[in-house]
Design a protein around this ligand. Structure first.
Ligand code: ADP
Ligand code: RBF
Ligand code: MG
Length: 203
């Protein structure tokens, strides 16, 4: 399979419309939520609001090796996309934690949490897009095809004063993701035809 294939918002949305899958609601009012929690400026809130209106966003590509820290240091393995996929994602997609659905090699679709960014706790030099599926695979998935549907946004990425705090934040993300994905409009996206279709390039 070609590396770095990505299917983006607009295309996916028209495909979804033709399949009669309704678009998702984002019940949280990001401006208010973010001003209250992070004292963010108006323009940052606008950026997040614009990004939310692009969701759901579909992407796919080969699972490649990262630094191997997810499983060993955090106990939370993350399937990493190659740089080509990372670069194909919209520039406007803010860094942070997201949630959605994912599958491997067109297999069963699982809930997932996703990290988009530079991992400030580790000070990475490259932007990464990493998916932790809420499923026990008990094996490596390197070289297989990961497809994701990004459904919602959880929080901005940030640094932490300890590894334990980073792990606790991700555990919190997982709990929020589990609950949100059970909401009817978000649960429907698990059935998106994208997860069983042959992967094709939008380029
Ligand atoms: P890397 O830095 O190479 O991405 P990680 O420590 O983050 O290594 O572990 C990720 C790898 O673990 C994935 O590429 C995949 O092969 C495997 N894996 C096993 N279970 C999962 C899971 N539930 N979600 C994501 N990856 C998983
Ligand atoms: N790394 C950070 O440095 N800061 C974060 O806020 C952060 N949030 C994450 C949220 C989720 C849902 C996931 C799966 C990962 C997150 N990470 C974050 C990335 C984490 O540091 C990374 O997965 C490991 O370093 C393994 O590559
Ligand atoms: Mg990883």
């Amino acid at each position: 399979m070609e590396r770095g294939i990505v299917i983006l918002g607009k295309l996916a949305r028209s495909a979804l419309r033709s399949q009669r899958i309704p678009q998702i609601n984002h019940p949280l009012a990001p401006e208010i939520h973010f001003k209250r929690q992070h004292s963010r400026s108006g323009s940052d809130c606008k950026e997040i609001w614009e990004m939310l209106s692009q969701l759901p966003l579909f992407a796919g590509g080969e699972i490649v090796r990262g630094f191997g820290r997810g499983s060993k240091e955090l106990g939370i393995p993350t399937a990493n996309f190659p740089l080509e996929v990372v670069k194909s994602l919209p520039e406007s997609l803010p860094t942070g934690a997201y949630y959605g659905w994912a599958n491997v090699d067109n297999g069963p679709v699982h809930k997932m949490v996703l990290s988009v960014g530079w991992n400030p706790f580790y000070n990475n030099k490259e932007r990464s897009v990493e998916t932790h599926m809420l499923h026990d695979f008990n094996c490596d998935l390197y070289g297989q095809t990961l497809k994701i549907c990004i459904v919602g946004y959880l929080r901005p990425e940030r640094s932490f004063d300890s590894l334990e705090s980073l792990i606790a934040a991700i555990r919190g993300d997982i709990e929020q993701a589990k609950a949100s994905l059970d909401e009817a409009d978000k649960a429907k996206l698990k059935e998106a035809p994208y997860f069983t279709e042959k992967l094709c390039s939008s380029k």
